[in-house]
Unconditional design. Sequence first.
Length: 102
Amino acid sequence: MNGRCKELGGYLVEIEDYSEYQFVRYLVNFVYDRGPFFIGLTDEQHEGHFLNYNDKTPAKYLRWRWFQPDNWYGEDCVEIGYRGFNDIGCEKWGRYVCEVPN
């Protein structure tokens, strides 16, 4: 996932505030067939402490779906869907959102 983003000169999207959340949520749910899509958050280093995948800084914005994160069977990555963030296994292959700086 992040390797492909790097090929494009970017990284998995890091959602920093509500307006960026709304923008990405709109893209994945109404432009690109209703999500979910991987985003650049992980708690692989310390369970329950979500960091940006790219630079390992603490997440600035979290918008979890109800009853999430639940770490079901060791889920350490995060996806965004219609109702917010969900933790998911990093080994799952799916769609993802890249962020490419100007």
